[in-house]
Design a protein around this ligand. Structure first.
Ligand code: NAI
Length: 403
């Protein structure tokens, strides 16, 4: 029997809790600390449990029913003995709140999963949980396993698509010896799909934060020369990409790969072969959606999964549009994405002129200071997940080998 604690109250948390609870040999609980979600979820769920409508390509749509044992806002109740797997499935800005709340109850041998954990999840776990984190298994996945939406809060959710595979990495606890392997345990919770592919060092997932490599760069490409006047309609975000911006995205990705290479040269026993170029990432992630796979530029422009997605904008009184820079493409993808990559590169001794350029432009748009003269010494590092913010200033520190 596996006991899983799902942390969160959003789309992913509903699906994860429902699927987990549908297995006879899995007990699921939910911890949601946001507003009155726990009370609302408990009241809405009643005796019925969660109905999860699943559409997976190649299979008939099906409905999975599962009832979590309970939904609570109290971390002590959530962590009553025997939790094996803690799955954190909230947007990155909320991770810290859960890690701090769970810290007193975390025990050696447990597994903490960031799904998605995104860049710097490993740093946040080690820093917040402290010494005992060496006795935990830590897993980080690049994304959520599904495209999903709540249909009725606390009652039902729609899985619009299931990924075939989900890439991640695990740092296994020695205390987990003899227990179910962390990847196998999480696979059991999710069911047959996506197939979890965990390989390489945990840092490899932090070095694969695709959003940080794509979103601020596309905003920069579109608006760097903007004259400040409203535009007639919001430009297409991905499908409207120009070649110069595709080069920039590729260049940032090259800097990430150079960072991984530099780390492996300095620590030959560390496997960062799980860090891939953004072009490879697209080909792997969207095998059936891309019309023209010849270059990164054509790949992004012809990706059907992006059809109709536009730049975040606000409407003016006369029905025109202004770019909205205070959107997660900067507010999250800078502190939980690009600045983390920059921080790791700085420690690895790799120059990052392209990242620096984008960070300098984007930080100003949200009134923050992360880098100054190409160094991560800005006054707002405390809102990022770059390693320096947690006091990890060496290669061994970022690799979890020492502080
Ligand atoms: P969501 O938008 O449904 O999450 C909302 C939940 O986050 C809330 O219900 C609440 O529990 C928590 N939350 C919101 N504001 C909070 C605050 N100020 N303090 C504390 N908690 C707060 O997120 P979703 O859709 O479950 O996605 C989770 C992560 O997975 C996100 O990072 C998202 O970008 C990513 N993702 C989601 C996909 C989807 O189809 N839903 C697909 C791929 C990735």
């Amino acid at each position: 029997m596996i006991t899983v604690l799902v942390c969160g109250g959003g789309n992913g948390a509903h699906v994860c809790a429902g699927l987990a609870a549908s297995h006879d040999d899995v007990t699921a609980r939910v911890l949601t600390m946001f507003e009155d979600e726990a009370e609302r979820w408990t009241a809405a769920m009643g005796q019925e449990g969660l109905h999860i409508a699943v559409r997976h390509s190649g299979s008939e749509p099906s409905t999975v029913i599962g009832k979590p044992a309970y939904v609570t806002k109290d971390p002590a109740e959530a962590m009553k003995p025997n939790v094996d797997l803690i799955v954190i499935t909230v947007p990155s800005f909320a991770h810290e709140q859960y890690l701090k709340a769970l810290k007193p109850y975390v025990r050696a041998g447990m597994t903490i999963v960031g799904c998605p954990g995104r860049a710097g999840f490993d740093f946040a776990v080690r820093s917040i949980i402290g010494e005992i984190s060496a006795e935990l298994s830590i897993m980080n996945f690049e994304s959520l396993p599904w495209a999903c939406r709540i249909s009725e809060f606390g009652q039902s959710a729609d899985v619009l698509g299931v990924k075939d595979t989900l890439a991640g990495a695990v740092q296994k606890s020695k205390s987990a010896d003899g227990k179910l392997d962390p990847t196998a345990a999480f696979q059991k919770v999710l069911g047959d799909y996506p197939k979890l592919l965990t390989r390489g060092h945990l840092l490899g997932v932090t070095l694969s934060p695709t959003n940080g490599c794509i979103h601020p760069e596309i905003l920069y490409g579109q608006w760097k020369d903007w004259d400040g006047k409203p535009v007639a309609k919001p430009p297409l975000f991905y499908n409207g990409l120009d070649e110069e911006t595709a080069h920039l995205i590729s260049g940032v990705s090259d800097e990430v790969l150079a960072t991984a290479k530099a780390i492996m040269e300095q620590r030959p026993n560390v496997d960062l072969s799980n860090v891939e170029h953004i072009f490879q990432w697209y080909l792997r992630t969207y095998p059936d959606d891309i019309g023209d796979k010849s270059t990164l530029y054509t790949t992004i422009r012809t990706n059907k999964a992006y059809t109709g997605l536009i730049h975040p904008c606000t409407k003016t009184d006369d029905e025109q549009y202004l770019p909205n820079f205070r959107y997660r493409y900067i507010t999250e993808d800078l502190p939980y994405g690009l600045t983390v990559l920059k921080g790791i590169a700085e420690i690895a001794g790799v120059p990052t002129p392209k990242m620096d350029h984008v960070i300098e432009w984007a930080q100003e748009k949200i009134g923050k200071s992360f880098i100054v003269n190409g160094k991560l010494t800005g006054s707002d590092l405390n809102i990022t997940r770059c390693p320096q913010r947690y006091g990890f200033n060496t290669l061994d520190g970022i690799l979890g080998m020492s502080k």
